[in-house]
Design a protein around this ligand. Structure first.
Ligand code: NAD
Length: 569
């Protein structure tokens, strides 16, 4: 079969990762990759599994169904001293390495800078030579919408702290895009006690969020949606209301009608102008034009994004807290002719950078057993390990109550430098003692403190102007490879699109062995250390403080008090 993505072959139906303790592969590290690749394409997890799309527009787990089958086959025979190489979703070789080496090394969507544009990417994708890996799609550690939920929750909590006295009660957030990432927004707002009106052109996407308990209701029409949202805001009752519509139509209308928004953002798939729906096309006409004339489709999408973004700036002028949520809407709107697109900030410099200075970032884990009781046990372990972290306690308790698992049971929280390895070792010990029924896989989003170069997102407005320096994610990938991660990936594109970011990820397995403990201690120390180092280098005082206090060695900075043991807690 040839699709707009290139030749991907016939879908494999009803994928679900194996559960339980029986191994198909020759060891748990290989088994973890084997299960997580399948988990990424479980229909409960993936947004469009028939096209191998996991989330984020066209973010895929494998380049073709043949490549998918070949990766699974290879993983079943891969030795404990071998490494499978994956080039943009296709297994291209198996090399003899050693037991500390990653079992899988992945490079996705990378292009030489002069060729790093959508036209060239699509030409190569159509020729079957590459695929879009997004962040956790092509690196096999997507856990459904929960993966972004905690970061989204933290982001709204930070806005609540900064502007609304610590809670979003009595506020209205307006946003769009209820996809794999964006679908976390309604629950993140209601968890912060606010009201949210979320617009999506595709009713199916909103329905999926209702089914997964991320969204309370879908309003039958515009007037009802506005009334329901305004009533809930007045009564200070947390509520999420979905509305089927195009953001480029609905947001200007809400602005013109004087609907009182307190916070406005967006998570439509704006990073890819072929994924954003132009407002003047029906879904059928859009499908046809996307195929027949992608240049014209792009022109129309950008024109709509300009209108959409202009409405957001209008809300900002009216006093709302407005921010870009990492999807490149501003950059595309500017290409569409709207000059004030960058008047509002990205969420990273606005809310997240102080966390990055402490090496704080996403830490996610998956129970390979498939048993939700294993996640409940790890939740309890988190609370015991960090008894003084009030925010973490609130999150873990709420997540336990309100998050429905998609695919293998999983959890996420944000932890800093000096914390992540403690939890990794704790989980490994729990596996060793039989307190968990099978090993745990620990990974993260590429959106982390020291793993991304992205001038429109993670590295927007760096203190020293180093936004576009892409050495950092490459070093991060090398560091995790050198430290003993189970699989390591280096990608281009991600959440903001081709030409706009380079990022790296790691996944490690806690299988209860001594070797796993040694590897976890190093990986989960060195990986967040990259965040501290990156921000020290850019001149952030807080990062320098953290390096000094927690003993991260910075050759050209102040020596850490505990002297020279390297990047160790
Ligand atoms: P997705 O493809 O799963 O969903 C996008 C949604 O936008 C779809 O439901 C689609 O129907 C809707 N949409 C498209 N055009 C629209 C329009 N004009 N009006 C209303 N709805 C429209 O994507 P996702 O995984 O939810 O990611 C959303 C965006 O966020 C992407 O650009 C992604 O790259 C970016 N992203 C953000 C983060 C983050 O941390 N904030 C992380 C990764 C990705």
């Amino acid at each position: 079969m040839t699709s707009s993505f290139g030749p991907i072959g016939d879908p494999v139906r009803n994928i679900a990762a194996p559960r339980g303790t029986g191994l198909t592969c020759r060891g748990w590290p290989q088994e973890a990759a084997y299960r997580m690749l399948q988990n990424n394409l479980d229909p409960e997890v993936a947004e469009d599994p028939d096209h191998l799309v996991v989330y984020g527009g066209t973010g895929r787990a494998a380049r073709s169904w043949d490549a998918y089958r070949a990766m699974l086959r290879t993983l079943t025979t891969l030795g404990n001293d071998e490494t499978m190489l994956v080039q943009s979703g296709k297994p291209v070789g198996v090399l003899r390495t050693h037991e500390w080496a990653p079992r899988v090394l992945i490079a996705n969507s990378n292009l030489v800078p002069d060729w790093a544009n959508w036209d060239e990417f699509r030409r190569l994708e159509h020729a079957g030579l590459t695929m879009y890996g997004q962040m956790t799609a092509g690196s096999w550690i997507y856990i459904g919408t929960q993966g972004i939920l905690q970061g989204t929750y933290e982001c709204f909590a930070e806005i609540a702290r900064a502007r609304f006295g610590g809670s979003l009660a009595g506020t209205l957030t307006i946003t769009a895009g209820a996809g794999g990432m964006g679908g976390a927004q309604p629950l993140a707002v209601t968890m912060n006690e606010g009201v949210v009106l979320i617009v999506d052109v595709d009713e199916h996407m909103l329905r999926r969020r209702v089914d997964h308990r991320y969204l309370d209701e879908i309003a039958p029409d515009y007037a009802t949606a506005v009334r329901r949202a305004e009533e809930a805001k007045a009564a200070r009752i947390p509520r999420s209301v979905g509305l089927v519509g195009n953001a480029a139509d609905v947001l200007p209308r809400l602005l013109a009608d004087g609907v009182g928004a307190d916070i406005v953002t967006d998570q439509t798939s704006a990073h890819d102008p072929l994924s954003y729906m132009p407002s003047d096309l029906s879904p059928e006409a859009a499908d046809e034009l996307r195929r027949s004339d992608p240049t014209e489709f792009t022109r129309r999408a950008r024109a709509s994004m300009a209108i959409h973004c202009e409405a957001m700036v209008g809300f900002m002028d009216a006093g709302a807290e407005v921010f870009d949520y990492g999807n490149s809407l501003r950059a595309e709107a500017r290409l569409g002719g709207f000059q004030r697109a960058f008047d509002y900030p990205g969420f990273l410099p606005a809310y997240i950078r102080p966390l990055f200075c402490e090496g704080r970032g996403p830490f996610r884990w998956v129970a390979l057993s498939g048993d939700p009781a294993d996640i409940a046990a790890t939740d309890r372990a988190v609370l015991e390990e960090f008894p003084d972290d009030e925010g973490l306690r609130r999150w873990i308790e709420m997540a336990g109550e309100r998050v429905a698992f998609q695919g293998l049971p999983a959890r996420i929280c944000w932890l800093g430098y000096g914390e992540r390895h403690r939890l990794g070792l704790r989980f490994n010990e729990m596996v060793r003692r039989g307190e968990l029924t099978a090993p745990i896989v620990i990974g993260r989003d590429h959106l982390d403190s020291g793993s991304v170069a992205s001038p429109y997102r993670e590295t927007e407005a760096m203190l020293d102007g180093s936004d576009a320096i892409a050495d950092w994610p490459l070093l991060n990938g090398l560091v995790n490879t050198a430290s003993g991660a189970t699989w390591v990936s280096i990608h281009h594109g991600g959440g903001v699109g081709i030409g706009r970011s380079i990022h790296a990820g790691q996944v490690s397995v806690a299988d209860g062995t001594d070797l796993a403990a040694e590897k976890l201690e190093r990986v989960l120390t060195n990986d967040p250390a990259m965040g501290v180092i990156r921000h020290v280098d850019a001149g952030y005082d807080r990062a320098a403080e953290v390096a000094r206090e927690r003993g991260v060695t910075i050759p050209m900075g102040d020596p850490p008090p505990a002297a020279t043991a390297g990047a160790r807690p």
